[in-house]
Design a protein around this ligand. Sequence first.
Ligand code: FES
Length: 158
Amino acid sequence: MTTFQLNGKTVSVDLRPGTTLLDYLRNQGFFSVKYGSDKGETGADSILVDGKIMNASLILIHTVNGKKIETVESFATGRDIHPLQDAFIEEGAIQCGYCTPGMILAIESLAREKKSPSNNDIKDVLAGVYCRCTGYVKPVKAAMSYLTARNTKVHKDE
Ligand code: FES
């Protein structure tokens, strides 16, 4: 039996060995977590594990015992979306949206990890999530806008 927190709720599962977190989450209807490859190269399968960005396709379910898992589904409350999602909309940082949940989780992990991230920190964290439509200029702007609104000081790169 594996027990963990999923978007704030305690979940216990007993699944066959080898089941990935990606398979489990999609089977449970968490469709923000997407398949990109079996090796996590695309970042479409991004989730937060104890607040850190990770690839659900690379995590076997039995290894998350006692951990806190977050997907983007936990970011909106009813019709109220998260300020970071709002920033993506305001900046026009979404086209097809396939990469967007991964980008949002990547930026949120950075916001939680660093009190004063640099512009390059934002670019670095987004580099793990492939975007084939929008590119990175607008998502970086959305991240800057969100971090600034959170009173996080974003310092310029040297
Ligand atoms: S918006 Fe389409 S892949 Fe990023």
